[in-house]
Design a protein around this ligand. Structure first.
Ligand code: NAP
Length: 335
């Protein structure tokens, strides 16, 4: 029997997840979709044979819907996730869990009152094969105690609607979650550093940016976000430990030897890089829901932590100084 899923938000990633749940993932059926844009919802719903429900609230309350995927825009996530918890339904919420740290606390309070985890946040890098290999090496002591991490997050170009704050909130947020997970500890402070801006893109945008984090144990993490680098989509990560270093493998690609050169293509689009990770992530989530088990993936605490850390990075962007990060007490449910 398939898990009957409702999807809220049928934009870029919502449409992809509807397709994925319908054609790639085993044990899932999209039975209902909703979006502010009902025409869009109808188009995406039709591709999966799913009904259109005219509001998110009705979709969450729909008795046929057993679990919910939230892919609406960020500011709508908190209320939609809270409504799912109130209805006792498992919810997979694309990042960000919330755009406000206080809403993250509200979600954790509601989940604790419910008594078990219902929420998984869509930080898919934890499901990428390369990151998982790195995690295994670190956890098995393959590089000794981690001391430094160097990360690069580059896009060929972004749309004009991309703002300076989004470098932290939309881009570096993925490194924040991945590094908290890889290192197994929280970030304690951040400083945002602004190199000379590229002249290749919009006047309004400070690009590139460098984020300098310090973890609770004193390890340092630097993240370069450069979203108009021109040449492609390029994600790099290297962790240096006391006894060695581990580097995220580049996506496999044939090396061409011709005209006196060896050349390897660079991916162009973000979607091409993490397709497999999205598949593995949603397959695991569906399997856990079907077995009536709590999710294994990023929790409400992880979503909350990412919001607090990236809020601090934005604060530092404006002030230029090192901003301390205080997450407060981690509830036992998320130990
Ligand atoms: P998008 O194309 O703008 O799609 C969002 C859709 O949700 C739009 O159709 C929007 O309608 C609709 N919507 C807005 N408020 C709503 C509400 N209250 N109820 C129902 N629908 C609502 O954006 P996207 O790129 O798909 O991103 C969606 C979310 O996924 C964002 O939070 C984004 O950060 C996240 N995301 C995550 C990843 C990842 O790497 N994990 C990648 C991409 C996106 P209107 O356009 O009419 O407002």
């Amino acid at each position: 029997m398939s898990i009957r899923i409702g999807v809220i938000g049928t934009g870029w990633i919502g449409e992809q997840h509807v397709h994925r749940l319908t054609n790639v993932i085993a044990g899932a059926e999209v039975v209902a979709v909703s979006d502010i844009d009902l025409e869009l919802a109808a188009k995406v719903g039709a591709s999966a044979g799913a009904r259109v429900v005219d509001t998110a609230e009705k979709l969450i309350g729909d008795p046929e819907v057993e679990a919910v995927v939230v892919t609406s825009w960020g500011p709508a996530h908190a209320e939609q996730v809270l409504a799912c918890i109130e209805a006792g339904k498992p919810v997979f919420c694309e990042k960000p869990l919330t755009t406000d740290a206080a809403d993250g606390r509200r979600i954790m309070d509601a989940e604790q009152a419910f008594g078990r985890r219902l929420v998984q946040v869509g930080f898919m890098r934890r499901y990428d094969a390369g990151y998982r290999q790195m995690k295994r090496v670190i956890d098995e002591g393959g590089i000794g105690t981690p001391l430094i991490a160097h990360c690069v997050h580059r896009n060929a170009a972004v749309r004009e609607s991309y703002t300076t704050e989004m470098a932290a909130k939309d881009s570096a947020v993925h490194e924040v979650d991945a590094l908290r997970w890889l290192l197994g500890e929280e970030f304690a402070s951040v400083q945002t550093v602004l190199p000379r801006r590229t002249a290749k893109r919009f006047e309004h945008l400070r690009d590139p940016q460098i984020f300098l984090f310090e973890t609770a144990s004193g390890a340092r993490v630097d993240v370069e976000v450069f979203v108009n680098c021109q040449y492609g989509y390029d994600i790099q990560c290297e962790i240096v430990g006391e006894e060695g270093a581990v580097r995220l493998p580049d996506p496999a690609a044939p090396a061409v030897r011709a005209a006196g050169r060896v050349s390897v293509p660079v991916l162009h689009e973000f979607g091409d890089r993490f397709t497999d990770a999205f598949d593995v992530e949603l397959q695991e989530w569906v399997g856990r829901v079907a077995a009536d088990e709590v999710p294994l993936g990023p929790s409400s605490w992880d979503g909350y932590a990412a919001t607090v850390v990236t809020d601090a990075a934005v604060q530092s962007l404006h002030s230029g100084v090192i901003v301390p990060i205080d997450l407060g007490e981690r509830p036992a449910l998320y130990a």
